[in-house]
Design a protein around this ligand. Structure first.
Ligand code: PRP
Length: 218
């Protein structure tokens, strides 16, 4: 294997990237120039470790990793499920914990139980389809939205939503409840299948170090 090859990481922008870098620092991998809040740079290099990091929109991370433009990605399980790319999920990083849920006003519970034909709005149509069609065998109309999903049942666009619940405060403040749990979510590390073979030693070592750091009490 070529000695100088950079291992490239695609990190989902925002809190996820910050938490990933904090975790990497625990295993001695730092990227100082990435911490500069004013920088407009898109890619950051750690020459010593022969690593490159770039920030991407969450839903684009699995795309970069599938095509091998990044060897490794860090992204939420929600995005992994929704994007359905050919990538290996290798590690649960434990942060960014939340749940994917079917939510709505309490009255909608009855519609779900009776498997009525209803509308479900979501930023995650694939996850919603999988839940209703394959798991529950309930026919619903899925409406794709891009944000502020909680609005949909309030203004009468749909009876329920399929969305992320973290603290539950958005639901509470809008008179909505969790009606069904779809799955648990957290940040995951994903790897390009070819990189996994070609850079097996480096990647396996990295995973082992991260696992060890994650098992330490905070
Ligand atoms: C997410 C999610 C919920 C909210 C849940 O929205 O879609 O709306 O956070 O968090 P909570 O349970 O702690 O209230 P986000 O802030 O990502 O914005 P969005 O409306 O653009 O999806």
């Amino acid at each position: 294997m070529e000695e100088n090859r950079y291992l490239t990481f695609a990190l989902g922008k925002g809190r996820l990237a910050r938490q990933t870098l904090e975790l990497f620092e625990k295993i001695g991998i730092t990227c100082e120039e990435m911490k500069d809040k004013n920088t407009r740079k898109l890619i950051f290099v750690n020459e010593e470790e022969k690593m490159r990091f770039f920030l991407a929109k969450g839903p684009d991370v699995p795309t970069y990793v599938e095509y091998g433009a990044a060897d490794i990605g860090v992204v939420g399980k929600d995005t992994i499920l929704e994007e359905n790319r050919k990538i290996h999920e290798v590690l649960d990083l434990g942060f960014g914990k939340c749940r994917m849920c079917v939510c709505g006003p309490r009255e909608a519970q009855d519609l779900l139980q009776k498997r009525e034909f209803i509308r479900a709005a979501s930023k995650y149509p694939r996850i919603a389809r999988e839940h209703f069609f394959n798991k529950k065998h309930q026919t619903v109309e899925i409406i794709k939205l891009n944000g502020s999903i909680e609005l949909a049942p309030i203004v009468g666009l749909s009876e329920v939503i399929v969305d992320i619940v973290e603290t539950g405060s958005t639901l509470r403040e809008n008179g909505l409840e969790v009606l069904e749990e779809v799955c648990a979510l957290s940040a995951r590390m994903v790897v390009n299948p070819v990189s996994m073979k070609m850079e097996n030693e480096r990647i396996t070592r990295l995973i082992a170090l991260l696992k060890e750091a994650l098992s330490q009490p905070v």
